[in-house]
Write a protein that binds this ligand. Structure first.
Ligand code: SF4
Ligand code: SF4
Length: 104
């Protein structure tokens, strides 16, 4: 399955298929985030390239060219604090600090 913003390469020794299969395609990480005083906040503004019905990227193959700022997910990046707490990529990270969502 290919969705969200995983990308070939830069996943080190982790098998690519195994890496991509972790994504549950919720699309949450494709919403705009803001950083304020050291905290990351999720907004309710989706990336313009996100199909909010299917939660899929509409330009996946060329997302990095079509959407500057769309980054490739790597294990190192996953620990950076911008994925939601229920994202499988952060499930094994101790004391992971997820972004703050509206209402929290
Ligand atoms: S938040 Fe995690 S599970 Fe959801 S789309 Fe992003 S990478 Fe996939
Ligand atoms: S271009 Fe937008 S919708 Fe597509 S993967 Fe990147 S952030 Fe998500």
């Amino acid at each position: 399955m290919v969705c969200s913003w995983m990308s070939k390469g830069e996943v080190g020794l982790i098998d690519l298929e195994e890496w991509e299969a972790k994504c549950k395609c919720c699309g949450r990480c494709c919403y705009e985030k803001i950083e304020f005083e050291g905290d990351i906040f999720y907004t309710d503004i989706p990336c313009e390239m996100l199909d909010i019905e299917s939660h899929r990227c509409t330009v996946y193959a060329e997302r990095n060219q079509r959407r500057p700022g769309c980054v490739r997910l790597t294990p190192e990046l996953a620990a950076g604090g911008f994925l939601p707490s229920d994202c499988p990529y952060v499930a094994d990270i101790d004391n992971y600090q997820a972004p703050i969502s509206e209402g929290e």
